[in-house]
Design a protein around this ligand. Sequence first.
Ligand code: FAD
Length: 457
Amino acid sequence: MGCQQRIAVKSISALQEMIRQKGELIFCSSKTSTVFPFEQLDDQYPELATTSLVELSTIPSKMKILADNQVQVQGGVVWEELDQFVQAHGLELLSYPTERLATVLAGVATSATGERSFAFGPLRQQIISLVYLDHRGEKRSLRADRLLVDHPLFKESRQASDLLQKYQQLGNNYQTFKNGPTPRLEQESDLMVGFEGQLGPVVELTLQCRQKSDSIYLYIATSRWEEMVDSHLDLVRTIHPLRGQIISCELLDSNSCKLLPADQRLAKNSDLIFLELDANGWEEVIEHILYCCPWIVEQQVFEISRQQFFSYRAQIPQLVNERNQRLGMIKKGTDVQVRLEQLGSLLDLYRQGSKLNIPYLLFGHLGDCHLHFNLLTTADQVEHANNYLRTFYSQVGQINGAPFAEHGVGMIKQQFLKSFLTKEHRDLFNYLKQQMDPDNRFFPQGFMQLGKEQTVV
Ligand SMILES: Cc1cc2nc3c(=O)[nH]c(=O)nc-3n(C[C@H](O)[C@H](O)[C@H](O)COP(=O)(O)OP(=O)(O)OC[C@H]3O[C@@H](n4cnc5c(N)ncnc54)[C@H](O)[C@@H]3O)c2cc1C
């Protein structure tokens, strides 16, 4: 049994009305989440039987350019649409997920990141302000330039502000990551970032853009990571100090490339590293890279168009998703980010996964040391893959990696979040739920419910 009802909401006022009635609600938008298997809810999650799935992407799209290169978004606007809209106004988005048919407002709920986060950080860092609906259906605004500790939820309770401080201290280990194991909770707007709709639906967002600037897109063919990672590590070390001039650095391994039709493959048996460079001064940057990484010979560096860059990169995860949906398989993929010093260790863990006798591929945001390893399991390989993943996540904890750097927790990853939670995380989740969703009607099966379980660590 899946969700009891699937409702497409047509306006913000209809959503307000729905919230004022009784009943549990899970919000969804474009349904591209890889941690919430919308196609398989009926078979896999009997616990959702009393909850309605409320689709928000049917709320009419509105986009408005504001002063200071900011843009305001409401309704079911998807990233592709917003990208075209801001470009038509001489602006560009700073970061967005690889899946450009995902909605912008859901990006807040999932704390989205993307290729360009290498230069500009995750979406969270571009939020100026947002509006959400509270448990009474009332609109509430949150700003990124106000500290959460000064919000009435924490300002008016000494106990709550002490708890927030402890929670934030735990997050310090992940300051340099795009997302830690739990939401950041530093600025007021963070109350909606990465909470996956558990504290209310996001209905409006104001986002920082910048003046449009030209980029150059290149790719470099290199050794297969299973055989040798020196070149991958060398390149990442070289480009780290060049963030800004280098806008993104992505990996598609040789197995990823083989998913594409033969006539679209850019290389036969190599890994490919893609770079987006600021067009201003890009020749010097490439010269520097070639000097620091003598294994790259100039003939191995190829220029491609922006369109090719994004479509080539996006096709791989889309093909993996299509394959899983066709076979009715739940994705067995990772979303782990580590510090630069740990990238070699992360690749070692993935090398163990490459020896399971299950087809696999590796791709993702190499510059950010954030890679997605996917096991293409069949039904009889699922348990074997799960055993690997259980060990994998405990090893990620040991090397202080972030287990879910962009796709969130949803339903699928809750089992792996448990060991990253302390009493303070759980107490703060409970406090926020009690204050912001006292009847626990917003996605009650989400990761915040783990607050009610006994502390593991
Ligand atoms: C091929 C592919 C590539 C991807 N690449 C990336 C990537 O590079 N970076 C990245 O971050 N993610 C990526 N994703 C994951 C996904 O696209 C993002 O998580 C995205 O933000 C989900 O948007 P959506 O509109 O599809 O939301 P949905 O999948 O419909 O919902 C996702 C979650 O957000 C909640 N939600 C949705 N809308 C709202 C709202 N308005 N208010 C409150 N809660 C809401 C839902 O309850 C749900 O938990 C990728 C997915 C695919 C399939």
